[in-house]
Write a protein that binds this ligand. Structure first.
Ligand SMILES: Cc1cc2nc3c(=O)[nH]c(=O)nc-3n(C[C@H](O)[C@H](O)[C@H](O)COP(=O)(O)O)c2cc1C
Length: 341
């Protein structure tokens, strides 16, 4: 029997397969199904910062990613979900908070820790406009808003402002808890390596997730309205995450979690060779059901046996022994040398 354990955020996971934050982890039933299928940790559906405001002001601004059955958790429900899932399942339960502004969330973070969360995943949606109410949203939700956001085009944030906002949020959360913190990044930063290095060295986060995938919006020619495309990611989408995990492994001092497009055991093996400390599954579970977690786990074990690996440790992060990572780094920026070996 192969040893599939791997270390992530200080926890020893029984295998690298984590159920990613989504509607599939919003209640105890979804969590149980992922656990029964063999998930080694669960990232709960994000608690959206806007919900803190909803509780106190009755203003329901809606975030596109929260709109898969936007589950308007009350804080108390979210805390109960953490408590109950920690009680029922012997795997790490990672709370997830979605932040859009620098405003205080210290008491929420303390409550997540008291409820028993094993770690906190921070997911920062940077809105390139001045105010928090300038959320991009689809027409349906826009129509239902009690007051229409005033799109202020006079100030668009610079990339430095966007990064500093992320760092400030992370700093605030880090100062409010002793739990491991993992930051789930969108793939749009101009210098991903710099952002990850800052998070790991200056803000001491324990991990980063590369990458979050925004729900894609499209424009319907008949209705002339915006609509959400809910198909999820496709396998081709792994390449960006794969490139960055390969480049960053061994260069930074925090864990790397792969997310986006993971669908086959080949994807999983590549990410582990590249140095990922966990593999987050979302679209493939939506498409194929929870059983895909068990299938991928069995296929990984089979591959390890065929290649005479007794444990993941024996091949984890060894990709840079086989390929020239500097070449990968170089071709990140240049198309000059396309005859890759
Ligand atoms: C319907 C849906 C809802 C999601 N909700 C969240 C969320 O609340 N918080 C979060 O951090 N990511 C959320 N995600 C992003 C996923 O966790 C994941 O990072 C992304 O879909 C890429 O992985 P995939 O290619 O396996 O789908 C959601 C994704 C989908 C498809």
């Amino acid at each position: 029997m192969q040893d599939m354990t791997i270390k992530y955020l200080g926890h020893k996971l029984k295998n690298p397969f984590i159920m990613a934050s989504s509607g599939l982890t919003k209640d105890i039933d979804g969590i149980k199904r992922a656990y029964d299928a063999g998930a080694s940790a669960i990232v709960l559906k994000s608690y959206f910062e806007e919900q803190i405001n909803v509780e106190s002001t009755d203003f329901s601004s809606i975030h596109p990613e929260g709109s898969d059955d936007f589950s308007r958790y009350q804080t108390i429900d979210y805390l109960h979900l953490i408590e109950n899932s920690r009680k029922d399942f012997d795997i790490p339960i990672i709370a997830s908070i979605n932040c859009v502004s620098k405003q205080g969330r210290q008491s929420l973070v303390k409550d997540l820790e008291s409820a028993g969360a094993s770690a906190i995943e921070i997911n920062v949606m940077s809105i390139p406009k001045k105010t928090h109410s300038d959320l991009p949203m689809d027409q349906h939700y826009y129509d239902t808003l009690p007051s229409k956001p005033n799109f202020d085009t006079s100030h668009t944030k610079s990339s430095t402002e966007v990064e500093n906002e992320l760092f400030e949020i992370v700093k605030q959360v880090k100062e409010s808890t002793t739990l491991p913190i993992v930051v789930k990044l969108y793939p749009y930063y101009t210098s991903i390596q710099h952002v990850v290095e800052q998070l790991a060295t200056k803000y001491n986060v324990e991990g980063v997730v590369l990458f979050n995938a925004p729900l894609p919006l499209d424009f319907n020619l008949k209705s002339l309205k915006l609509e959400l495309k809910t198909k999820g990611s496709s396998q081709a989408d792994i390449l960006h995450s794969f490139r960055w995990i390969s480049l960053l492994h061994g260069r930074i001092k925090c864990d790397l979690s792969a997310s986006t497009g993971i669908a086959t055991s080949t994807d999983c093996i590549k990410f582990l060779l590249a140095g990922a400390n966990s593999l987050q599954l979302c679209s493939s579970v939506y498409k194929k059901g929870y059983k895909v977690i068990d299938q991928l786990s069995k296929e990984l074990s089979k591959w390890m046996k065929a290649n005479k690996y007794d444990s993941i440790d024996q091949f984890h992060g060894t990709l840079n022994k086989h390929i020239d990572i500097n070449k990968l780094n170089y071709t990140q920026y240049s198309k000059l040398d396309t005859n890759l070996e």
